[in-house]
Design a protein around this ligand. Structure first.
Ligand SMILES: Nc1ncnc2c1ncn2[C@@H]1O[C@H](COP(=O)(O)OP(=O)(O)O)[C@@H](O)[C@H]1O
Ligand SMILES: [Mg+2]
Length: 279
Protein backbone atom coordinates (compact mmCIF):
# COMPACT_ATOMS: atom_id res chain seq x y z
CA UNK A 1 0.00 0.00 0.00
CA UNK A 2 1.17 3.48 -0.80
CA UNK A 3 0.47 4.76 2.73
CA UNK A 4 2.58 2.06 4.31
CA UNK A 5 5.67 3.32 2.48
CA UNK A 6 5.10 7.04 2.47
CA UNK A 7 4.00 9.68 4.94
CA UNK A 8 1.17 12.07 4.27
CA UNK A 9 1.65 14.72 1.60
CA UNK A 10 -1.50 16.54 2.68
CA UNK A 11 -3.45 16.45 5.94
CA UNK A 12 -6.77 18.19 6.42
CA UNK A 13 -8.13 18.39 9.93
CA UNK A 14 -11.55 19.70 10.90
CA UNK A 15 -11.95 21.83 7.76
CA UNK A 16 -15.18 23.82 7.47
CA UNK A 17 -16.19 26.39 4.88
CA UNK A 18 -19.37 28.44 4.55
CA UNK A 19 -20.17 30.77 1.68
CA UNK A 20 -22.01 33.84 2.84
CA UNK A 21 -25.11 34.25 0.74
CA UNK A 22 -24.78 37.23 -1.57
CA UNK A 23 -28.51 37.71 -1.74
CA UNK A 24 -28.76 37.98 2.06
CA UNK A 25 -27.49 41.52 1.62
CA UNK A 26 -30.85 42.31 0.05
CA UNK A 27 -32.93 39.53 1.50
CA UNK A 28 -32.43 38.66 5.14
CA UNK A 29 -34.05 35.26 4.79
CA UNK A 30 -31.53 33.86 2.26
CA UNK A 31 -29.32 31.23 3.81
CA UNK A 32 -25.56 30.80 3.81
CA UNK A 33 -24.23 27.72 2.05
CA UNK A 34 -22.24 25.30 4.18
CA UNK A 35 -19.89 23.85 1.56
CA UNK A 36 -17.66 21.76 3.86
CA UNK A 37 -18.32 20.45 7.37
CA UNK A 38 -15.51 19.25 9.59
CA UNK A 39 -13.51 17.49 6.87
CA UNK A 40 -10.53 15.40 7.96
CA UNK A 41 -8.60 13.41 5.37
CA UNK A 42 -5.03 12.54 4.46
CA UNK A 43 -3.43 12.18 1.05
CA UNK A 44 -0.29 10.03 1.07
CA UNK A 45 2.82 10.79 -0.96
CA UNK A 46 2.63 9.35 -4.45
CA UNK A 47 -1.00 8.27 -4.25
CA UNK A 48 -4.02 9.34 -6.24
CA UNK A 49 -6.88 10.01 -3.87
CA UNK A 50 -10.30 10.24 -5.50
CA UNK A 51 -12.82 12.70 -4.08
CA UNK A 52 -16.19 11.48 -5.31
CA UNK A 53 -19.62 13.00 -4.82
CA UNK A 54 -22.57 14.52 -6.62
CA UNK A 55 -22.63 18.05 -7.98
CA UNK A 56 -22.77 20.61 -5.18
CA UNK A 57 -21.26 18.27 -2.56
CA UNK A 58 -18.23 20.52 -1.94
CA UNK A 59 -15.55 18.88 -4.11
CA UNK A 60 -14.34 21.99 -5.93
CA UNK A 61 -14.37 23.94 -2.67
CA UNK A 62 -12.04 21.39 -1.13
CA UNK A 63 -9.75 21.57 -4.17
CA UNK A 64 -9.67 25.37 -4.02
CA UNK A 65 -8.80 25.31 -0.32
CA UNK A 66 -5.93 22.92 -1.00
CA UNK A 67 -4.32 25.25 -3.55
CA UNK A 68 -5.06 28.35 -1.44
CA UNK A 69 -7.56 29.89 -3.85
CA UNK A 70 -9.90 29.91 -0.87
CA UNK A 71 -9.51 30.01 2.91
CA UNK A 72 -11.17 27.64 5.38
CA UNK A 73 -13.26 29.10 8.21
CA UNK A 74 -11.99 26.45 10.58
CA UNK A 75 -9.44 23.68 10.67
CA UNK A 76 -5.91 23.15 9.46
CA UNK A 77 -4.35 22.06 6.19
CA UNK A 78 -0.78 20.77 6.23
CA UNK A 79 1.43 20.15 3.22
CA UNK A 80 4.36 17.90 4.12
CA UNK A 81 3.69 18.72 7.75
CA UNK A 82 3.62 22.50 7.30
CA UNK A 83 0.48 24.54 8.01
CA UNK A 84 -0.44 26.28 4.76
CA UNK A 85 -2.66 29.06 6.10
CA UNK A 86 0.18 31.00 7.71
CA UNK A 87 2.72 30.81 4.90
CA UNK A 88 4.57 34.03 4.15
CA UNK A 89 7.07 35.23 1.58
CA UNK A 90 9.51 32.52 0.55
CA UNK A 91 7.40 29.70 2.01
CA UNK A 92 4.30 30.96 0.18
CA UNK A 93 6.25 31.17 -3.07
CA UNK A 94 7.52 27.62 -2.55
CA UNK A 95 3.93 26.51 -1.92
CA UNK A 96 2.71 28.18 -5.14
CA UNK A 97 5.36 26.29 -7.07
CA UNK A 98 4.78 22.94 -5.38
CA UNK A 99 0.98 22.81 -5.62
CA UNK A 100 -1.01 23.12 -8.85
CA UNK A 101 -4.61 22.74 -9.96
CA UNK A 102 -6.12 21.50 -13.23
CA UNK A 103 -9.61 22.86 -13.76
CA UNK A 104 -12.75 21.25 -15.09
CA UNK A 105 -13.33 23.30 -18.21
CA UNK A 106 -10.42 23.54 -20.66
CA UNK A 107 -12.47 26.01 -22.72
CA UNK A 108 -12.47 28.53 -19.87
CA UNK A 109 -9.28 27.81 -17.98
CA UNK A 110 -6.89 28.81 -20.79
CA UNK A 111 -6.38 32.44 -21.74
CA UNK A 112 -7.51 32.68 -25.41
CA UNK A 113 -5.01 35.47 -26.10
CA UNK A 114 -1.93 33.48 -25.13
CA UNK A 115 -0.18 31.09 -27.51
CA UNK A 116 0.39 27.56 -26.25
CA UNK A 117 4.04 28.43 -25.63
CA UNK A 118 3.15 31.50 -23.58
CA UNK A 119 0.42 29.61 -21.70
CA UNK A 120 2.81 26.92 -20.50
CA UNK A 121 5.67 29.35 -19.99
CA UNK A 122 3.62 31.71 -17.80
CA UNK A 123 4.24 29.96 -14.43
CA UNK A 124 8.00 30.03 -15.14
CA UNK A 125 7.81 33.78 -15.75
CA UNK A 126 5.69 34.39 -12.64
CA UNK A 127 8.21 32.50 -10.51
CA UNK A 128 11.30 33.78 -12.29
CA UNK A 129 12.55 30.31 -13.18
CA UNK A 130 15.37 29.89 -15.70
CA UNK A 131 16.87 31.86 -18.53
CA UNK A 132 14.97 32.42 -21.76
CA UNK A 133 16.53 29.31 -23.25
CA UNK A 134 15.92 27.21 -20.14
CA UNK A 135 12.27 28.30 -20.10
CA UNK A 136 11.87 27.19 -23.68
CA UNK A 137 13.41 23.80 -22.92
CA UNK A 138 11.16 23.34 -19.88
CA UNK A 139 8.07 24.20 -21.94
CA UNK A 140 9.07 21.72 -24.64
CA UNK A 141 9.80 18.97 -22.09
CA UNK A 142 6.49 19.58 -20.37
CA UNK A 143 4.64 19.37 -23.69
CA UNK A 144 6.39 16.14 -24.54
CA UNK A 145 5.51 14.75 -21.10
CA UNK A 146 1.81 15.26 -21.91
CA UNK A 147 2.14 13.66 -25.34
CA UNK A 148 2.18 16.86 -27.41
CA UNK A 149 5.13 16.15 -29.61
CA UNK A 150 6.79 17.40 -31.58
CA UNK A 151 6.13 20.42 -29.39
CA UNK A 152 7.05 22.76 -32.24
CA UNK A 153 3.79 21.73 -33.97
CA UNK A 154 1.83 23.38 -31.17
CA UNK A 155 3.97 26.17 -29.67
CA UNK A 156 2.61 28.98 -31.82
CA UNK A 157 -1.00 27.89 -31.85
CA UNK A 158 -3.80 29.34 -29.77
CA UNK A 159 -6.30 27.49 -27.56
CA UNK A 160 -9.18 27.88 -30.04
CA UNK A 161 -7.15 25.95 -32.60
CA UNK A 162 -7.02 22.88 -30.35
CA UNK A 163 -9.54 20.19 -29.43
CA UNK A 164 -10.88 19.88 -25.89
CA UNK A 165 -8.54 16.98 -25.15
CA UNK A 166 -5.52 18.88 -26.47
CA UNK A 167 -6.48 21.92 -24.42
CA UNK A 168 -6.62 19.80 -21.30
CA UNK A 169 -3.17 18.43 -22.17
CA UNK A 170 -1.93 22.02 -22.39
CA UNK A 171 -3.48 22.73 -18.97
CA UNK A 172 -1.69 19.67 -17.58
CA UNK A 173 1.61 20.72 -19.22
CA UNK A 174 1.19 24.16 -17.66
CA UNK A 175 0.51 22.59 -14.24
CA UNK A 176 3.55 20.29 -14.61
CA UNK A 177 6.08 22.83 -15.89
CA UNK A 178 7.17 23.79 -12.34
CA UNK A 179 7.49 20.10 -11.36
CA UNK A 180 4.89 20.24 -8.59
CA UNK A 181 4.69 17.60 -5.87
CA UNK A 182 0.92 17.81 -5.47
CA UNK A 183 -1.76 18.40 -8.11
CA UNK A 184 -5.51 18.85 -7.69
CA UNK A 185 -7.34 17.70 -10.84
CA UNK A 186 -10.94 18.94 -10.66
CA UNK A 187 -13.09 16.81 -12.98
CA UNK A 188 -10.48 17.25 -15.73
CA UNK A 189 -12.36 15.04 -18.20
CA UNK A 190 -16.01 15.78 -17.47
CA UNK A 191 -16.30 18.02 -20.55
CA UNK A 192 -14.66 15.45 -22.84
CA UNK A 193 -15.73 12.30 -24.70
CA UNK A 194 -15.16 8.99 -22.94
CA UNK A 195 -12.38 7.88 -25.30
CA UNK A 196 -10.51 11.17 -24.79
CA UNK A 197 -11.11 10.88 -21.04
CA UNK A 198 -9.43 7.48 -20.94
CA UNK A 199 -6.38 8.81 -22.77
CA UNK A 200 -6.11 11.57 -20.19
CA UNK A 201 -6.47 9.09 -17.32
CA UNK A 202 -3.59 7.10 -18.77
CA UNK A 203 -1.61 10.31 -19.04
CA UNK A 204 -2.24 11.16 -15.37
CA UNK A 205 -1.16 7.65 -14.31
CA UNK A 206 1.97 8.02 -16.45
CA UNK A 207 2.75 11.41 -14.88
CA UNK A 208 2.34 9.97 -11.40
CA UNK A 209 4.68 7.12 -12.33
CA UNK A 210 7.36 9.27 -13.95
CA UNK A 211 7.35 12.30 -11.68
CA UNK A 212 6.04 10.85 -8.40
CA UNK A 213 3.27 13.44 -8.27
CA UNK A 214 0.59 13.11 -5.57
CA UNK A 215 -2.92 13.75 -6.91
CA UNK A 216 -6.32 14.66 -5.59
CA UNK A 217 -8.61 13.56 -8.40
CA UNK A 218 -12.07 15.10 -8.14
CA UNK A 219 -14.93 13.41 -9.96
CA UNK A 220 -18.63 12.58 -9.78
CA UNK A 221 -17.87 9.33 -11.60
CA UNK A 222 -17.06 6.36 -9.36
CA UNK A 223 -15.97 4.20 -12.29
CA UNK A 224 -13.42 6.85 -13.28
CA UNK A 225 -12.20 7.03 -9.68
CA UNK A 226 -11.87 3.28 -9.53
CA UNK A 227 -9.81 3.25 -12.72
CA UNK A 228 -7.42 5.94 -11.56
CA UNK A 229 -7.32 6.08 -7.78
CA UNK A 230 -5.58 4.16 -5.01
CA UNK A 231 -8.10 5.31 -2.43
CA UNK A 232 -11.46 7.06 -2.63
CA UNK A 233 -13.10 9.51 -0.24
CA UNK A 234 -16.86 9.85 -0.73
CA UNK A 235 -18.31 13.30 -0.03
CA UNK A 236 -21.99 14.11 0.55
CA UNK A 237 -23.29 17.57 1.39
CA UNK A 238 -19.87 18.76 2.51
CA UNK A 239 -19.10 15.74 4.68
CA UNK A 240 -16.84 12.79 3.96
CA UNK A 241 -19.00 9.76 4.59
CA UNK A 242 -16.38 7.09 3.95
CA UNK A 243 -12.80 6.60 2.85
CA UNK A 244 -11.13 3.40 1.73
CA UNK A 245 -9.20 1.62 -0.99
CA UNK A 246 -10.87 2.08 -4.39
CA UNK A 247 -11.70 -1.64 -4.54
CA UNK A 248 -13.27 -1.69 -1.07
CA UNK A 249 -15.38 1.39 -1.72
CA UNK A 250 -16.81 -0.13 -4.89
CA UNK A 251 -17.13 -3.74 -3.72
CA UNK A 252 -17.99 -3.22 -0.05
CA UNK A 253 -19.53 0.22 0.31
CA UNK A 254 -20.32 0.92 3.96
CA UNK A 255 -22.51 3.95 3.49
CA UNK A 256 -25.96 4.26 1.90
CA UNK A 257 -24.91 7.29 -0.11
CA UNK A 258 -22.01 5.33 -1.68
CA UNK A 259 -24.42 2.52 -2.57
CA UNK A 260 -26.72 5.05 -4.21
CA UNK A 261 -23.83 6.52 -6.20
CA UNK A 262 -22.89 3.05 -7.42
CA UNK A 263 -26.49 2.27 -8.38
CA UNK A 264 -26.87 5.59 -10.21
CA UNK A 265 -23.65 5.13 -12.17
CA UNK A 266 -24.18 4.96 -15.91
CA UNK A 267 -22.41 2.09 -17.60
CA UNK A 268 -18.87 3.22 -18.25
CA UNK A 269 -16.64 1.08 -20.44
CA UNK A 270 -12.91 1.63 -20.50
CA UNK A 271 -12.14 -1.15 -22.95
CA UNK A 272 -8.54 -1.25 -21.73
CA UNK A 273 -6.70 -4.38 -20.68
CA UNK A 274 -7.86 -5.53 -17.27
CA UNK A 275 -10.52 -2.96 -16.60
CA UNK A 276 -13.32 -3.47 -19.05
CA UNK A 277 -16.40 -3.91 -16.95
CA UNK A 278 -18.73 -1.55 -15.20
CA UNK A 279 -17.55 -2.39 -11.68
N1 LIG B 1 -18.33 31.23 -4.59
C1 LIG B 1 -19.44 30.67 -4.07
N2 LIG B 1 -20.39 31.43 -3.46
C2 LIG B 1 -21.49 30.87 -2.91
N3 LIG B 1 -21.74 29.55 -2.90
C3 LIG B 1 -20.83 28.73 -3.49
C4 LIG B 1 -19.63 29.25 -4.11
N4 LIG B 1 -18.92 28.21 -4.61
C5 LIG B 1 -19.64 27.10 -4.33
N5 LIG B 1 -20.78 27.42 -3.67
C6 LIG B 1 -21.80 26.45 -3.16
O1 LIG B 1 -21.13 25.55 -2.28
C7 LIG B 1 -21.61 24.23 -2.48
C8 LIG B 1 -20.46 23.33 -2.89
O2 LIG B 1 -20.03 23.73 -4.18
P1 LIG B 1 -18.81 23.06 -4.93
O3 LIG B 1 -17.64 22.97 -4.01
O4 LIG B 1 -18.61 23.78 -6.20
O5 LIG B 1 -19.37 21.58 -5.20
P2 LIG B 1 -19.00 20.50 -6.32
O6 LIG B 1 -17.67 20.85 -6.88
O7 LIG B 1 -19.01 19.19 -5.59
O8 LIG B 1 -20.08 20.55 -7.35
C9 LIG B 1 -22.73 24.33 -3.52
O9 LIG B 1 -23.95 24.43 -2.84
C10 LIG B 1 -22.38 25.60 -4.25
O10 LIG B 1 -23.57 26.19 -4.78
MG1 LIG C 1 -17.06 21.14 -8.86
Amino acid sequence: MVEAQNGPMVQLKGISKTYKSRSSFFNGSAEDVIALKNISVEIFKGEILGLVGQSGSGKTTMGRLLVKLEKPDEGSIRLEGQQINRLKWRALKDFRMKVQMIFQDPYQSLNPHLSIFDTIQEPLIIHGVGTRQEKRMKVIKSMEAVGMSPATDYLNRYPHQLSGGQRQRVAIARAMVLKPGFVVADEPTSMLDATIAIQLFRLLLDIRERFGVTFLFITHNLAAARYLCDRIAVIQNGEIVETGSAEDIIRKPQHDYTRKLIAAQPRFEYGGAGTNSKF
